[in-house]
Design a protein around this ligand. Structure first.
Ligand SMILES: NC(=O)c1ccc[n+]([C@@H]2O[C@H](COP(=O)([O-])OP(=O)(O)OC[C@H]3O[C@@H](n4cnc5c(N)ncnc54)[C@H](OP(=O)(O)O)[C@@H]3O)[C@@H](O)[C@H]2O)c1
Length: 365
């Protein structure tokens, strides 16, 4: 029997973000005794932990119990059946970047299970998947929130929703949406000093853990395109997919098909002169180059790539690996609403997920 006001929490993914989320969930469960938050399922791609009678898993010991578990994760349909049969409401926290799990969101929501997630895949996939997700939520009453899918914990999606839902008119969204690209360009083309060689900056970013294991996964622009797809859709543009608008890749053609990230890094210095040229051209105009994404509502255009900015522009003045997102709207006129700060990291990303969980709890418990 479920306790009064009990909500079951199921977590898929216990990596960098998942572990931080567990820490925040443990504190939330103590701070919010009005709802009994019971962890009933947790898994990685190799292991799972759950009890057939839905008895609680200790949040504090979840990671060690999971690593000691010898149970392989059930199939996704079986997990959905298990959660749908729980004796109280369930929120699924998807802390993976799995496309398979994202594709199952319509099914999960249609079974009355709410979802909170930092996983971009569901919301930046096909427009059909986007439509199916929100149609399933609408008909079952389950909730779905994904604040951390853009700008990690920065309040980007909730801000945009507030602007749209209060009747403001978004005219343009522009920003630096990738911590990796931010770090690379802030050090390659700083507003003061000459900056480093492009290939050396990419190598340094990889050594510092700012890039994906293969830096080409950052330099191809797809991650930024996915975030722009999400914001464009929330602004009212029915973008078909993240490859349906211009996205500039910073991978030299000749290195697109080299076998490994290491070989890519080894050969990248051969192409430094191309990026030097881009930097010098901007310098001649008294500007710096940055990798940005923008959405222009008047022309219904979305694009991702290199742009030049005056040194006094907030995008030029960004530091470290920060993100910046400027919302130009009718109400804000010439003074855009700007959201800026750390756009990556386990704790800040998990904060966005925990805040989403609170949004769901306020509606279902
Ligand atoms: N880290 C950040 O700063 C940041 C910022 C914004 C958004 N995000 C998003 O947050 C999500 C998680 O990122 P992360 O950095 O925590 O990644 P991570 O460290 O790679 O962890 C991913 C976790 O998901 C599990 N997983 C992957 N596929 C799975 C599947 N099919 N079924 C069950 N478990 C699966 C992995 O298990 P195994 O280890 O067994 O494979 C691992 O526990 C991603 O969508 C990412 O894009 C991250």
């Amino acid at each position: 029997m479920a306790a009064k006001n009990q909500v079951f929490i199921a977590i898929i993914g216990a990596g960098g973000v998942g572990k931080c989320f567990l820490g925040q969930l443990a504190k939330l469960a103590v701070r919010r005794p009005s709802t009994k938050l019971s962890l009933c399922y947790i898994s990685t791609s190799k292991k799972a932990l759950f009890n057939n009678d839905y008895s609680e898993i200790s949040i504090d010991n979840a990671i060690s119990s999971l690593s000691a578990s010898s149970t392989a994760p059930p199939s996704l349909p079986d997990v959905v059946n298990y959660l749908a049969a729980a004796p109280s409401k369930v929120v699924l926290v998807d802390n993976t970047s799995s496309q398979d799990i994202a594709d199952a969101y319509p099914l999960i929501l249609s079974r009355g299970i709410s979802i909170v997630t930092p996983n971009k895949k569901a919301f930046s996939g096909s427009n059909k998947l986007w439509q199916d997700i929100f149609a399933a939520a609408q008909s079952s009453g389950a909730k779905v929130y994904h604040e951390s899918s853009v700008g990690a914990g920065l309040p980007v999606i909730c801000t945009l929703k507030d602007l749209v839902e209060t009747g403001d008119e978004v005219t343009k969204i522009e920003g630096v949406f990738s911590g990796t690209m931010s770090f690379l360009f802030n050090s390659f083309a700083p507003t003061t000093g000459s900056g480093g060689q492009w290939s050396a900056e990419v190598k340094k970013a990889k050594e510092l853990g700012y890039t994906e294991p293969d830096p080409r996964d950052d330099l191809n622009g797809l991650d930024v395109a996915r975030k722009l797809t999400i914001l464009a859709r929330l602004s009212g543009l029915a973008v078909e997919s993240p490859t349906s608008f211009p996205v500039q890749s910073l991978i030299p053609k000749e290195l697109e098909s080299v076998a490994s990230g290491d070989e890519f890094l080894e050969r990248l210095p051969e192409f430094d002169s191309q990026m030097e040229q881009v930097k010098a051209e901007a310098q001649r105009e008294g500007k710096v180059v940055r990798f940005v994404g923008s959405i222009d509502m008047a022309t219904k255009s979305v694009k991702v790539g290199l742009e030049k900015f005056d040194l006094s522009h907030p995008i030029a003045a960004l530091k470290g690996s920060d993100n910046i997102i400027s919302f130009y709207t009718k109400r804000y006129g010439n003074s855009p609403l700007i959201v800026q700060g750390a756009g990556a990291g386990g704790e800040v990303t998990a904060m966005g997920v925990t805040a989403d969980l609170l949004r769901v709890l306020s509606q279902i418990s």
